[in-house]
Design a protein. Structure first.
Lengths: 135, 135, 135, 135
């Protein structure tokens, strides 16, 4: 799937992601990058990006990398997600870089690193597993 | 903090949670229950509740149990969250039951179980850690 | 499987667990309890039980609860394990209480709480997933 | 700390790691590599390396990277560890590559990837947090 095809699919199916303005920018061979715009919806006390907004971004980035690899299997579902928050995000967009660690027939394990746009120090790091339905 | 005080605080500070309609129903001695209403925002392909919506609910429930125990320390932040999705949610409200496993001076570790309202089989189970700022 | 049958099976197959002296004490309907004796092998700086010893205990307790539920499927394998260390263990045996959260056809998700023998405050809490091979 | 200094320290303090034959091979700027020899102690059904052995290796690699960065603070303790098992290990040594994601004053978050010696496909991936005592 191209980023455009993926973003169109999720526009229909994932209202929360759509409302948060999540958009895949690149989808490659087992990788994807996704942007979360900085806006009022994602805030938490202190004026920075909230944890739940970053978790939504992680899940979306994994979905993009996975569907980039296996096609539009929209019933693939997250079975596990683990995230460590590392640094206070800047008041700017958050970028997610996802990489597939293992793509099996039934399970895919992925890793996602989050950055404040323009900064090299990761603000969060996550791993997760998607279950792939029989096709 | 009472559920009302907690919900008022988050209404101001957590726009995403507010928009999802999250509300603490009980806050007790190291425990809290939170309701997430079933509505359009939380959907995913297949018509069920999305993973990111459930992760937002988990984080909110941990925040409720923690602030119930230590008072309105709104700068407490999640440092780690791990969630396992267990069963397909029903098309109804999701209830979160949070329990503090360990309340230290600097870190609190909590456990959250999610249920479809009216059903005893858990749909997701999570653990997480909050960092408590010096007071 | 009974605790005896399970302990015999692992005696043959899991030399590390055997050497650590791990023994299932009860195996019930989706639950199991396992004892890890306090001995020189499991120590860490400070004279308490090491994290890796406790992780071995968690994995063994999940294996006991799972094989108690599905029989001697020794090729079932851990796919994910997450553990939070909560309190400094006492210089005594560690008890593990495992509970199956979800037993599917392909995956089982379990929760394990660790206690210093005779103390009610958990010293660690873990969740994990086993993959069940086709039978 | 050099690999030699680290291995000497753990020889005294971590009997389980010593018995498993774990040895740091390199310790650099926020990174470390550790070798686990293939031997009878680490086996599981199927003749491959057991999960608990790999978890012990992960914890040791994080300890090496951390003490490489902050010096011989042997009372630093793991607070969280999450591991995903990705592929069946080969019947050979396992190599761990650890990288510090965030080194704070009180907490360090690290990532560890495990490989069968001589193979580029990871067999497991883990993240973990160490708590650093006040110095």
């Amino acid at each position: 799937m191209t980023p455009d095809a993926f973003n169109s699919l999720t526009e229909t199916y994932l209202p929360l992601a759509h409302q948060m303005g999540l958009r895949a920018e690149t989808i490659g061979d087992g990788v994807a990058t996704v942007r979360m715009p900085f806006n009022g919806m994602s805030l938490r006390p202190g004026g920075t990006v909230s944890g739940p907004a970053m978790m939504g971004l992680v899940d979306y980035a994994m979905f993009a990398a996975l569907l980039g690899a296996i096609g539009p299997v929209e019933l693939a579902v997250t079975t596990n997600l683990n995230i460590n928050f590392l640094r206070r995000p800047a008041q700017t967009d958050v970028m997610a870089e996802c990489r597939i660690l293992k793509l099996g027939r039934r399970l895919a394990v992925m890793e996602v690193t989050l950055f404040s746009d323009g900064d090299d120090d990761p603000i969060a790091h996550a791993t997760g597993t998607y279950s792939i339905p029989p096709r």
